[in-house]
Design a protein around this ligand. Structure first.
Ligand SMILES: *[C@@H]1O[C@H](CO)[C@@H](O)[C@H](O)[C@H]1NC(C)=O
Ligand SMILES: *[C@@H]1O[C@H](CO)[C@@H](O)[C@H](O)[C@H]1NC(C)=O
Ligand SMILES: *[C@@H]1O[C@H](CO)[C@@H](O)[C@H](O)[C@H]1NC(C)=O
Ligand SMILES: [Fe+2]
Length: 556
């Protein structure tokens, strides 16, 4: 990968030489994905190639033998040579005009977005369930280290009512029950409803459970599916959403996500954006958000991590306890990973070990979070959970103007660990756009000496920013120019991602742009596991790819 990652001054001639060799052996061309991506990135920046269907604009039909879908290029063999010659001519002109570009792709797709305003409170998206004191804002999350427990949470508006969950393996047959807790809080003059949290444990893996909360006529029923046992080849699909908020774009993201078939959300912080309001409206917008996401959160676990919008340090309203609303409302199983704080913790689910960090809690050397992470990394067993995933809010590698370098402090403290432990993927939010990095690291620089710039590093994670859930602050559409070498793909559109773990070596990753109602898979990558896909396997895989030319999805 380093070959196409680092584009030096010889890039233009290299590219053309390479292109020539491809053009005359068309069977190898479809497999040369990096070049295809590279070429496309160059082409989308110019106006000429629209005629070739290489523009990402969905309204332009593609030529019959060429299917372009994000950074993926598939070419049939017939007609390839003619097309290649045309492309070759254009690229000659293009490359000689443009000396300094980047290996990554900056998508020029522009969507006509819905306005970035919150959905009005009386909209049915926030409907209050019928019945006296009916449970609302129902949400579940994993309740233990290994996925045999859930924490079920809900709010009763009028009186505390029972904190009991009845559950069982068949609809309407609730053989078991568990007892939870109830609490309430104030924020300025707002008084919260009664917030219930109930741990339901001792569950069987891979089993559908039905559950019921509330009393009598206003009780409500839901279901969830437990994950497979923790083992290295367990396949499992995660969704990734960040910075969701409660606008029409948020609703679009949520609805698209729910069609994806993914089983658990990895949420990368900034939930409700209630802190954009003042006084009593802050609490009211936390409640509306809880009702808004219930359509998903009541049926599958959302793995929470915090963003800056959860801090709610609002001294002007007399509210100075950080994370007050969030901590009352969203529980995490932090104690089962020996954490001392709900804001950072870890879980194991199917074949993944997921580490949740807090960008807004102390993490420098010797702090509790730093010490906890150091210990937790030693507990990761890649023989059991091949996939090591970290969730944070502020991205470590981000080339958007928004929040540029806000992740530097955490990078300086943790990056060498991420590389040492071969973390597969680090998901972040915060920047309201999408970006994926190459495997790079910057761990040699220190204040006296060493390399200053990120370099390709096979042991490094891929960093993915998915802060594009659709909140009221709108999109972050200004990227730094030129695109830095570490950035593989970036686009300022709303959407969500899915990570389809197949087994210990392969995971299929997609970023899905909302695209005004349609779900469009825009960035697709096959990830090879950092622990199991050894260099040997990698080489063999690459060779197979070259031989088979099988649809051509970029892989790392
Ligand atoms: C919680 O609810 C109880 C009972 O309704 C009430 O007396 C108390 O003031 C509430 N506490 C807070 C912090 O709102
Ligand atoms: C700083 O960088 C130099 C050169 O790479 C290296 O020899 C030294 O060990 C580094 N020091 C620390 C504290 O990382
Ligand atoms: C893992 O999954 C990939 C993709 O589905 C497949 O090609 C590969 O053969 C699988 N490996 C094993 C050991 O099953
Ligand atoms: Fe944020």
């Amino acid at each position: 990968m380093s070959k196409w990652y680092k584009i030096d001054s010889n890039r233009t001639s290299n590219a053309i030489t390479f292109f020539l060799s491809c053009a005359f052996s068309s069977s190898t061309f479809p497999a040369n994905l990096r070049f295809a991506s590279y070429l496309k990135s160059a082409l989308v920046a110019s106006t000429v190639p629209r005629a070739f269907g290489l523009s990402p604009s969905p309204s332009l039909p593609n030529p019959p033998t060429t299917k372009v879908d994000g950074p993926i290029i598939m070419l049939g063999t017939s007609g390839v040579r003619a097309l290649l010659f045309q492309l070759l001519l254009i690229s000659f002109v293009f490359f000689s005009l443009v000396g300094n570009g980047s290996a990554g792709i900056t998508s020029s797709f522009i969507r006509s977005e819905w306005p970035s305003i919150d959905i009005p409170l009386d909209n049915e998206a926030f409907a209050v369930p019928k019945g006296h004191n009916a449970p609302q804002q129902v949400h579940i999350t994993q309740g233990d280290y290994d996925g045999k427990a859930v924490i079920i949470s809900w709010v009763t508006p009028d009186e505390p009512g029972p904190s009991k969950v009845q559950y069982g393996m068949a609809e309407n047959q609730y053989k078991f029950s568990a007892e939870g807790t109830v609490a309430n809080y104030t924020f300025y003059n707002y008084k919260s409803g009664y917030i219930h949290h109930c741990l339901v444990d001792g569950l069987k893996h891979n089993t559908k459970y039905y559950y019921k909360v509330g009393m009598g006529d206003s009780s409500r029923e839901f279901w969830f599916q437990t994950p497979p046992e923790v083992q290295p080849d367990a396949s499992y699909t995660f969704g990734i959403i960040g910075d969701l908020g409660q606008t029409y774009n948020s609703l679009s993201t949520l609805e698209h996500y729910m069609q994806s078939g993914a089983q658990t959300i990895l949420f990368v912080g900034d939930l409700s954006y209630a802190d954009r309001y003042q006084y009593n409206d802050v609490g009211i917008r936390w409640d509306s958000w809880g009702r808004f996401v219930e359509r998903s959160t009541a049926y599958q676990p959302w793995i929470w991590s915090v963003g800056n919008h959860e801090i709610e340090y609002m001294p002007e309203m007399g509210e100075v306890v950080p994370f007050k609303s969030y901590l009352h409302r969203y529980a995490t199983p932090y104690m089962s990973s020996r954490s001392s704080n709900p804001l950072w913790y870890a879980i194991r689910r199917a074949s993944a070990h997921i580490i949740v960090l807090s960008s807004y809690s102390p993490f420098v050397k010797y702090t509790p979070q730093w010490r906890w992470l150091r210990e937790e990394l030693t507990r990761v067993d890649r023989e059991k959970t091949p996939w090591l995933i970290v969730l944070i809010h502020a991205p470590i590698y981000n080339s958007n103007e928004a929040h540029y370098m806000e992740g530097e402090a955490m990078r300086a403290v943790f990056e060498s660990w991420f590389v040492h432990y071969k973390v597969d993927l680090i998901f972040a939010g915060h920047v309201h756009a999408y970006e994926r990095s190459y495997r790079i690291s910057n761990i040699h620089y220190n204040v006296s000496s060493g390399d200053r710039y990120p370099v390709p590093d096979k042991s490094a994670p891929v960093y993915i920013t998915v802060g594009d859930g659709g909140n009221q602050e709108g999109l972050a559409s200004r990227y730094r120019d030129p695109q830095p070498d570490y950035s593989a793909f970036r686009e300022a559109s709303y959407g969500h991602s899915t990570l389809e773990i197949k087994n210990r070596t392969h995971a299929f990753y997609h970023w899905n742009r909302n695209d005004d109602g349609e779900k469009v898979a825009t960035d697709k990558v096959v990830f090879h596991n950092q622990y199991w896909a050894s260099n040997m396997q990698r080489r063999r895989l690459k060779k197979n790819h070259l031989r088979n030319a099988d649809g051509g999805i970029a892989s790392y």
